[in-house]
Design a protein around this ligand. Structure first.
Ligand code: AHM
Ligand code: MG
Length: 336
């Protein structure tokens, strides 16, 4: 049918969030405005990432194509775009970016009530070979009309209002939760709009894939080692799990969300707190996992219960399908 060829009910991310927010009578569209600025940042990074390889070939990156220069540039560029977009939204008061050592406190005239924590371009080691990378973000709100302080972002992940990521992969996909489930939007390049393509994502209760950097196995603690051994040599008659590891958290988590399974970045002897950052990697992904019906665990507790003390703090993380995370929780519980 011709009618099928053109859908006319274009459910853009803005429309979707406007609908969602209209349930709250007190909503004044601030969140929608904030989100549209995040979306702008994602679109910019998407375009920049798509050009990265080409830019390098024809020397757009600068006079000297020193190895790694473009990669660094793209990180820094992405960060600048997000910071400027967020500040100019007039809806933020504190920004924490992986790229900036210190938090940014927005000047009074441009201040709003939202705090945004983000990693503008995660998985940067994958840029030069054209493998998927992404942006991760989480959103808090300041308590009252008080002067914002670092304590407003040093809060457990369960206090987040919203979280999401954008994956720059074979297509550009934005996955978002405002605390009422998880929805996925794909960028339609001809429209320049993110269209709802994955409504109400639920992670399978149990998966067939595990995802971890096994090169670190030598330094793992016993429960992690035991769990991965079980994935490969199950003793209960089930089939071994498949291993998939991209080394881009956004891509590894996205696959986990859609196909099910477990993603692990555990502690090891060299890095007792793992590698991933609590505020803008562990929390947003844990928030999304729980909202999709999965779980997220640090090896000690529910990830979203963790109270960070520093903005760039790290934590071990195990997240994914409910049953798979349950298994690793049991192994850690047996340890003590
Ligand atoms: P980055 O912020 O330097 O890009 O590092 C974060 C990335 C994550 O995307 C990914 O999950 C992890 O590092 C992979 O680490 P490793 O190379 O140790 O397996
Ligand atoms: Mg990162």
């Amino acid at each position: 049918h011709e009618a099928d060829a053109y859908r006319t009910d274009l459910m853009t991310i803005t429309r979707f969030v406007l609908n969602e927010q209209s349930k709250y009578p007190e909503s004044r569209g601030d969140f929608t405005i904030l989100l549209s600025h995040i979306v702008l940042g994602c679109k910019f990074v998407c375009t920049a990432v798509n050009k990265a390889g080409l830019a390098k070939l024809i020397g757009l990156a600068g006079e000297t194509n020193v190895q790694g220069e473009e990669q660094k540039k793209l990180d820094v560029l992405s960060n600048e775009v997000f910071v400027k977009a967020l500040v100019s939204s007039g809806r933020t008061c504190i920004l924490v970016s992986e790229e900036d050592e210190e938090a940014t406190f927005v000047e009074r005239s441009k201040r709003g009530r939202y705090c945004v924590v983000f990693d503008p371009l995660d998985g940067s080691s994958n840029i030069d070979c054209g493998v998927s990378i992404g942006t991760i973000f989480g959103i808090y709100m300041v308590k009252d009309d008080h002067e914002p302080t670092l304590d407003d972002v040093l809060q457990p992940g369960k206090h987040m209002l919203a979280a999401g990521y954008c994956m720059y992969g074979s297509s550009c996909t934005l996955v978002l939760s405002t605390g009422e489930g998880v929805n996925g939007f794909t960028l339609d390049p001809s429209l320049g709009e993110f269209i709802l393509t994955h409504p109400d994502i639920k992670i399978p209760k149990k998966g067939k894939i595990y995802s971890v950097n096994e090169g670190n196995a030598k330094n793992w603690d016993a429960p992690t080692a035991k769990y991965v051994e079980k994935c490969k040599f199950p003793k209960d008659g089930s089939s071994p799990k498949s291993l998939r590891y991209i080394g881009s958290m956004v891509a590894d988590v996205h696959r986990t969300l859609l196909y099910g399974g477990i993603f692990l970045y555990p502690a090891d002897k060299k890095s007792p707190n793992g590698k991933l950052r609590v505020l803008y990697e562990v929390f947003p992904m844990s928030f999304l996992m729980e909202q999709a019906g999965g779980q997220a665990f640090t090896g000690k507790q529910r990830a979203l219960d963790l109270i960070p003390e520093k903005i760039h703090e790290r934590s071990p993380i195990f997240l994914g399908s409910y049953d798979d995370v349950e298994e690793i929780k049991e192994l850690y519980a047996a340890e003590v």
